[in-house]
Write a protein that binds this ligand. Structure first.
Ligand SMILES: NC(=O)c1ccc[n+]([C@@H]2O[C@H](COP(=O)([O-])OP(=O)(O)OC[C@H]3O[C@@H](n4cnc5c(N)ncnc54)[C@H](O)[C@@H]3O)[C@@H](O)[C@H]2O)c1
Length: 249
């Protein structure tokens, strides 16, 4: 019960890795705000946490909208008294257009960047004052190994997110708020199975030193550690959890 009496916001918690984060945090005592754009999925995840004896609310949130993020922050304060933890997990990933930045429709590209880069900043801005008032907090940004392999606009967005993690660590640190990132390799979610062609996925996995798809547990184990007090002197880092896909000095 590492997160007893803590309040956690998880963006994009309506399915996949985000749903897993929300349930794992609730199982360890946190009250969870499911901040998700998909109403049906967000409602389902919050209900299933409450049915299992945990505490959760769903707040329909578009992370790219300041108005929507601020309203979510207010809803969290009203329901649970404030915010201690945030996972910026939401992204356009399932069903994303597989096209290079040279030809992708520019309006789509701009919306994509608004969600996948700026969403993390917009939601952080909506909750950091509450964390500060409560004596500190912890944030994890959902990056990807795609950041390190020059992989189209999806990778560009994740690399920018890593930069945001580095930069925000400097300004949030004095408020006792830590911010780190997680860069998963190919992880077994419905989004991966429906978005990445099977042959591409198989060839990526075959080249991993630990040659299997990541499980959502592999990812959430590290994220929950980064959110916990055991990581109290770690900030500004993005950690790969990827079966050894990215190996750097
Ligand atoms: N699955 C993988 O292999 C993998 C690998 C590396 C990184 N990631 C990253 O992990 C995260 C989760 O991956 P997943 O496989 O669960 O993807 P997913 O597409 O299933 O989940 C993303 C969630 O974010 C929500 N969302 C999208 N736009 C939103 C918005 N504007 N506001 C609020 N919510 C919004 C979606 O509705 C969805 O519930 C993403 O950031 C993804 O880029 C995934």
């Amino acid at each position: 019960m590492r997160f007893k009496n803590k309040v956690a916001v998880v963006t994009g918690a309506g399915q996949g890795i985000g749903e897993h984060y929300a349930k794992a945090l609730a199982a360890e005592g946190a009250a969870v705000v499911v901040a998700e754009i998909n109403e049906a999925n967000g409602t389902r995840v919050a209900a299933s946490i409450n049915e299992a004896g945990g505490k959760a609310i769903f707040v329909r949130t578009d992370v790219a909208s300041e108005e929507s993020a601020m309203a979510m922050g207010r809803a969290a304060e009203k329901a649970f008294g404030g915010v201690d933890l945030l996972i910026n997990n939401a992204a356009i990933y399932a069903g994303m257009r597989m096209e290079s930045e040279l030809t992708i429709d520019l309006a789509y590209y701009r919306r994509f960047m608004d969600v996948n880069i700026h969403g993390a900043l917009v939601v952080t801005r909506a909750v950091y004052q509450s964390m500060k008032q409560r004596g500190g907090g912890a944030i994890v940004n959902g990056s990807s190994t795609a950041a390190y392999i020059g992989y189209d606009y999806y990778g560009v967005a994740k690399l920018a997110l890593n930069g945001l993690t580095m930069s925000l660590a400097r300004v949030l640190g004095p408020m006792n708020i830590r911010i780190n990132g997680i860069a998963p390799g190919p992880t077994d979610t419905e989004a991966t199975r429906t978005t990445v062609p099977a042959a591409v996925l198989d060839s990526i996995v075959a080249q991993l030193p630990l040659a299997r798809l990541g499980a959502t547990d592999d990812i959430s184990n590290t994220v929950l550690f980064l959110l916990s007090d055991a990581a109290s002197w770690i900030t500004g880092q993005t950690w790969c959890v990827d079966g050894g896909m990215i190996r750097r000095p």
